[in-house]
Design a protein around this ligand. Structure first.
Ligand code: GUN
Ligand code: ZN
Length: 432
């Protein structure tokens, strides 16, 4: 049985607001060195420097870092099987590696085992909440949501919609897809910590009739999320222009189908223009920036500052298997590299905020996850500041908090993760 009251001692780091661009001394950062974080009945009950009384079960991680669990706003559960595949850009990569692998998820046993492997891997990388693409198969979404429920996780997912330009065994049709979505929504949406996302894979794999059906679902069911890919790769953008000549832009295909709202999660958004960014801002949708994937597939360099200047919310994502790690720290440090290529400097504060409180806010979940605020669900990770002699030396000589956290973000990975807590329950622990 999990005790009602637990207390974790560590250096506590979270954000109380959005850090400004370039501000390494940001007032939005809340750093409470050597504090006890109090967790009661799965929720954060406060934090204090002094040792709590005997009614609390104590977990002493002094000298370690405690942060809210990461929120990965765009990741594909079946694509662990194709992570790190050689030699292709997006459209060939889908045909060569991804579609064949996703076919396996038609089988319920395969879907269940794959979901368990994926969810445990998320937890072992410090991710406690995610917005996830399974496959076109209803059973893949069902088993993924069931697996998240069993682990107490906050998960947003839905069966992938694709009724064209996909191989046999990976296509649905409008009517069957609608029935499957409705059944899944009725079974899972709003149950425990789960929410359903209408999941349009991307414009090329849905007919206009299917996009319209997806738009009707979003309008009919309050609180549904919508997730898709947009403007990731230049060949993809050209293809969408051929397929939808009536649309002003790739994004406009989704806008015309009624798919843009404040719960829409748009992966990538590299090849957008000012009108697209204005439309995203007006709708309240967010861009799930996936830098590791964008580098690995050679998709392009995301203009974070332009998106932010236009008022778009930007969250951080791994996009595994286009991305090559489930580690949000790897995503954060790749985001730094992408901005550096454009002559910009991304602070650790902005990167980590986009993977915690910023993502929570963009998803409308800031009252539940993303920070160490009293009352939030205790989705937490305890990290070693350094693993190995290089990182240890770097930490020894680091001056100031930003320098230290930036070096941690850049050098750390899942090997630094000591334990992961979901809803106040430890769900992952490193074997030392
Ligand atoms: N566009 C359509 N499908 C996918 C996918 O699975 N991964 C990525 N990165 N882009 C996509
Ligand atoms: Zn993706």
């Amino acid at each position: 049985m999990t005790p009602r009251r637990i207390a974790l001692r560590a250096d506590l780091l979270d954000f109380t607001a959005a850090p400004d661009w370039g501000d390494t001394e940001s007032p939005a950062v809340r750093f409470r060195p050597d504090h006890w974080l109090l967790v009661e009945d799965g929720r954060i009950a406060g934090a204090q420097p002094g040792t709590p009384d005997a009614s609390w079960q104590l977990h002493d991680h002094r000298g370690r870092l405690l942060m809210p669990g990461f929120i990965d706003t765009h990741v594909h559960s079946p694509q662990l099987d194709v992570i790190a595949s050689y030699g292709t850009a997006l459209l060939d990569w889908l045909d060569t590696y991804t579609f064949p692998a996703e076919r396996r998820y038609a089988d319920a046993g395969e879907a269940e085992r794959g979901a368990a492997r994926f969810l445990d891997a998320l937890l072992a990388h410090g991710t406690t909440a995610a917005v996830v693409f399974p496959t076109v198969h209803k059973v893949s979404a069902d088993r993924l949501l069931a697996g998240a429920q069993a682990r107490g996780m906050r998960l947003i997912a839905g069966k992938v919609l694709m009724d064209r330009h996909a191989p046999d065994g990976l296509r649905d049709d409008v009517d069957q897809a609608e029935r499957d979505c409705v059944e899944l929504i009725e079974r899972w949406h709003g149950v425990d910590r789960l929410a359903y996302a209408v999941t349009v894979r991307f414009a090329p794999t849905s007919t206009p009739a299917q996009l319209a059906m997806a738009g009707r679902l979003c309008a009919a069911w309050p609180g549904l999320y919508m997730q898709t890919h947009v403007a990731e790769n230049r060949d993809e953008v050209l293809w969408v222009a051929e397929l939808f000549p009536e649309a002003r832009s790739y994004l406009d295909v989704y806008a015309r189908a009624g798919l843009l709202n404040e719960r829409s999660v748009l992966a990538h958004g590299i090849w957008l223009d000012d009108a697209d960014r204005a439309a995203i801002h007006a709708s309240g949708a967010q861009i799930a920036h996936s830098p590791s994937s964008n580098l690995f597939l050679g998709s392009g360099l995301f203009g974070w500052r332009a998106a932010e200047a236009a008022g778009c919310a930007v969250s951080l994502a791994t996009d595994v298997g286009g991305g090559t790690s489930l580690s949000m720290l790897r995503a954060a440090s790749d985001a730094y590299r992408v901005q550096a290529m454009a002559g910009e400097r991304l602070t650790a504060w902005k990167a980590l905020h986009a993977g915690t409180r910023g993502a929570a806010k963009a998803l409308g979940l800031a009252d539940e996850i993303g920070s160490l605020e009293t009352g939030r669900v205790a989705d937490l990770c305890v990290w070693d500041w350094a693993v190995g002699p290089v990182a240890e030396r770097r930490m020894e000589v680091a001056r100031g908090l930003h320098e230290r956290v930036f070096a941690w973000m850049t050098l750390a990975d899942e090997r630094n993760l000591v334990s992961t807590w979901v809803n106040g329950v430890q769900r992952h622990g490193r074997r030392d």
